[in-house]
Design a protein around this ligand. Structure first.
Ligand SMILES: NC(=O)c1ccc[n+]([C@@H]2O[C@H](COP(=O)([O-])OP(=O)(O)OC[C@H]3O[C@@H](n4cnc5c(N)ncnc54)[C@H](OP(=O)(O)O)[C@@H]3O)[C@@H](O)[C@H]2O)c1
Length: 208
């Protein structure tokens, strides 16, 4: 299969198109034909290895000292299940799924094997009204925003301020807080303020 492999830590040209082995699912895994993925801020940080000194060593040990141990980056995807391991119960061949791959990465490829019940990340069937491109952009931003809003126990009538509202977490947080009935103030850079009003922010603030 084809994949984009990360040959070193550095600028975007360390990413190269290559032929790699197509993975084979274990008994508790599904094989997904990937139709769409994303390039997130976190992917770029990892590719550049752009981390604060105090976490530099532990992340380098975990992801690979000279180059990424898992050369296929990418943490979000949407696609079709092509085959399932014999112990998989909740997912079937042909299901349209979206996933956050967690620290396993691997989404910049034509295929990936994912556990039915991952230890990090998540996999679920896609809502029928989403395209693959739309669904692939949901897992991290949507998942984190809904987790934090739940943690804050946001209720109808409360006032919520979303800092970094124009980013992947923030755009979901603004919309979910509106669905919960909150009055939302969105903070981000000037070019994003009109978009933030369009997705429901009651008040916008230019961070500069
Ligand atoms: N996505 C992930 O997988 C992931 C994982 C772990 C941690 N995080 C962290 O979680 C945070 C949010 O992630 P994200 O994916 O939503 O990032 P993102 O898409 O890059 O969004 C960040 C937003 O914050 C805005 N911003 C920058 N400086 C600001 C300031 N001083 N005040 C208010 N807004 C400001 C940016 O605007 P401009 O670009 O126009 O300045 C951008 O719209 C980031 O700190 C990221 O490093 C992300």
């Amino acid at each position: 299969m084809r994949a984009i492999v990360c040959t070193d830590y550095g600028p975007p040209d360390v990413l190269q198109l290559a032929d790699v082995l197509k993975p084979v699912p274990k008994d508790n895994e599904v094989l997904v034909r990937i139709r769409a993925t994303t390039v997130s801020a976190a992917d770029c940080e990892l590719r550049r290895f752009d981390f604060a000194p105090w976490i530099w060593v532990p992340i380098r040990l975990s992801f690979g000292i000279r180059r990424p141990r898992q050369p296929v980056l990418g943490q979000e995807l949407a696609g079709d299940i092509e085959s399932v391991g014999k112990d998989v119960r909740s997912l079937r061949k042909g299901d349209r799924v979206f996933s956050a791959t967690g620290i396993g990465l691997g989404a910049y490829a034509e295929y990936i094997c994912l556990r039915e019940n991952p230890q990090t990340g998540a996999i679920a069937t896609m809502p029928a009204n989403l395209s693959y491109e739309e669904a692939a952009a949901v897992p991290y931003g949507g998942g984190e925003a809904s987790q934090f809003l739940r943690k804050a126990n946001v209720r109808s009538g409360q006032r919520v301020l979303v800092n970094g509202a124009g980013g992947s977490f923030g755009t979901f947080a603004v919309q979910l807080a509106k669905v919960l009935g909150a009055h939302v103030t969105a903070v981000d850079s000037a070019p994003k303020l009109e978009m933030l009003r369009a997705i429901g922010a009651d008040r916008v603030i230019d961070y500069s």
